[in-house]
Design a protein around this ligand. Structure first.
Ligand code: PLP
Length: 401
């Protein structure tokens, strides 16, 4: 008998499992709104033009080799990534108070940051928003932190529960870590306003809570890289410390290249360099060093003025298509006279809409309309097109009437 005979089958990942179910459905009208990846108006995955150009440059450069990167990754990439999120003129960068390490996309950056904190920070409790991306509690628990939640979303308004958020962070123990979605909160699409961010900042600094930003959608939310980085820059601008996990999965469409970065903003250059030395000890036994290809693409784009400009145009086009899908879905529900207030569809931001549909309604839409989404009613706006909006609107209408 197998030494593994006692194993029970593990459940599918709740998000990736949606695609597994979708793939099994033979219906020609099936629609996958579970994936967190951009699709074109034709429903196809997109490789950005600038990415193609950068890859061509890399291929043509015969001096490039496939040697190992250092433990912390590509130095040039790390510098450019810190600049992208903190701003080119960031005093923290100029004062060498930021240490940045290349990690395996957003997930890997969160995991390395979590393990570093579990080893070296005095407070092991991390507060994550309720709800949040399903992987967050697992990443931080396995990193060795103790996970608690703070109120974030109010189902009644389908908006931010700002009072609840302030109360929960206000009663958190001094020094606790707080995970913040930098923009385009997943799964709710609900972000604090800049005024609310300022109140959150003041509260957190007054209680010495440590901010850990998850920036998976910079530029993807509003279409502007700077606007989407504003909350992070407010926290760095006050001179305090924080961690930032960046991902290029969505904003450069580099999902499978697994390219991200963890930056830790410190109070002095001396501390930052000791932090970096300890990050190496976290990374080395985990995967030794990160992959070279994706980081080389990103560095080629970020350092070249023309490629950078072209990237911002392509990024804005993706963001704009998503915003237009919101409007079209909202208009289609209105045209059908679908009961309820659907204005949250156009108010929410980023890749997802938190529809407010419950799990029975979701199951109904999958069964009767072959529309696939997570059971919490989250739909990926990036998976929609002008052609499929009417089908989705029909399904929502039928589900709620
Ligand atoms: N954080 C959030 C909030 C996300 O939505 C995602 C992706 O869905 C990630 C992090 C990490 O993605 P990746 O590891 O592909 O960069």
């Amino acid at each position: 008998d197998s030494v593994f005979a006692h194993l029970v089958r593990a459940p599918e990942d709740p998000i990736l499992g949606v695609t597994v179910a979708y793939n099994k459905d033979p219906s020609p009208i099936k629609l996958n709104l579970g994936v967190g990846a951009y699709r074109t108006e034709e429903g196809k995955p997109l490789v950005l033009n600038v990415v193609r150009q950068a890859e061509q440059q890399l291929v043509n450069d015969r001096s490039r080799v496939k040697e190992y990167l250092p433990i912390v990754g590509l130095a040039e990439y790390n510098k450019l990534s810190a600049k992208l999120i903190l701003g080119a003129d960031s005093p923290a960068i100029q004062e060498n108070r930021v240490t940045t390490v290349q990690c395996l996309s957003g997930t890997g950056s969160l995991r390395v940051g979590g393990e570093f904190l579990a080893r070296h920070y005095h407070q092991l409790t991390i507060y994550i928003p309720l709800p949040t991306w399903g992987n967050h509690p697992k990443i931080f628990t396995l990193a060795g932190l103790s996970v608690k939640t703070y109120r974030y979303y109010d189902p009644a308004t389908r908006g931010l529960d700002f009072q609840g958020l302030l109360e929960d962070l206000g009663s958190a123990p001094s020094g606790a870590i707080v995970l913040l979605h930098a923009c385009a909160h997943n799964p709710t699409g609900v972000d604090p306003t800049i005024q609310q961010w300022e109140q959150i900042r003041q509260l957190m600094r007054s209680k010495a809570l440590l901010p850990f930003f998850d920036s998976a959608y910079q530029g993807f939310a509003s279409g502007s890289l700077d606007a989407d980085a504003q909350p992070v820059r407010m926290f760095v601008g006050d001179g305090g410390e924080c961690l930032v996990a960046q991902s290029y999965a969505k904003n450069m469409g580099l999902y499978g290249e697994r390219v991200g970065a963890l930056s830790i903003v410190c109070k002095s250059a001396d501390v930052a360099s000791r932090v970096e030395s300890q990050l190496k000890l976290v990374i080395r036994p985990m995967y030794s060093s990160p992959p070279i290809h994706g980081a080389s693409i990103v560095a080629a784009i970020l350092k070249d003025r023309n490629l950078y400009t072209e990237w911002t145009i392509e990024l804005k086009a993706m963001a704009d298509r998503i915003i237009s899908m919101r409007q079209q879905l909202f208009d289609a529900l209105r045209a059908r006279g679908t009961p309820g207030d659907w204005s949250h569809i156009i108010k929410q931001i980023g890749m997802f809409t938190f529809t407010g549909l419950n799990s029975e309604q979701v199951a109904f839409m999958t069964r009767e309309y072959h529309i696939y989404m997570t059971s919490d009613g989250r739909i990926s706006m990036a998976g929609l097109s002008s052609r499929t909006v009417p089908h989705l609107a029909d399904a929502i209408h039928a589900a709620v009437t």
